[in-house]
Design a protein around this ligand. Sequence first.
Ligand SMILES: C[S@@+](CC[C@H](N)C(=O)[O-])C[C@H]1O[C@@H](n2cnc3c(N)ncnc32)[C@H](O)[C@@H]1O
Length: 259
Amino acid sequence: MTTLNYEFFYTWVESNLNIQLDAYKEKQLRRRIQTIMRQAGAESLEEYSTLIHSSESIKKQFLDYITINVTEFFRNKDLFDNFEHLLTTDLSKKFDSISIWSAACSIGAEPYSLAMIMDRHDLPLKQNILATDIDNTILARAKTGIFKDNELKNVSIFDKASYFKEVDRTFVLDEKIKSKVDFKKHDLILESYPKKLHVIVCRNVTIYFKNEIKEEIYKRMGQSLVKGGLLFTGATETIYQPDQYGLKKVASFIYEKIE
Ligand SMILES: C[S@@+](CC[C@H](N)C(=O)[O-])C[C@H]1O[C@@H](n2cnc3c(N)ncnc32)[C@H](O)[C@@H]1O
């Protein structure tokens, strides 16, 4: 398949599905498109776009596969522990109440982990945790608050007992935690960002984006944080030269807004 085919396909996807595929890393993306296209039985991108257009299930399968939803509660537990420490000591001393955005939240394990931390330490939220993702299907799943055992492997025995009920080999999250999170569809590339935030957690999504897109995202996140606020990134998402976004590194993958 030629580059031209992909360009046409990306343009078609942007105007029909409102996703900007040329923001994603090229090689990785093409590999994923080839795999999912073959699974759908299409031989060319043109044929595949016709299939996506005519079948809701193929469209859903394409969107689900492209957006990569892997997640779990307290992902990279050691990093989450550091973040919890900063949140409960440094940040809660600086601010009376805290506003949090969990961007690219997938099925909700991340914002619900944050809600559990806030609850455990009895910290006041300024408003409900805002949890956003580009993918409507996973947001619908996030709202159910029902999780699988393997998604809870980093949840402590204490939190499991306090915040979940086991029902037919699934884990149902307590209403008290669920009610602290508001889910909303949001595209990190195409839409504006909320402002005056104390915490942004944005993990394991910028790895899929090209450098210039990643830089723009961190610049906008820097602008969305109040001075003293924290940005928590994924375990491979180092921000080089954080000062260009008004940020400074305060722990591994945790950055503070400094100006
Ligand atoms: C690998 S998951 C990360 C989930 C969670 N943050 C974590 O670290 O466990 C990546 C998420 O990014 C979302 N995503 C991909 N492109 C996006 C975009 N342009 N805007 C917002 N979310 C996006 C996907 O739908 C997916 O849920």
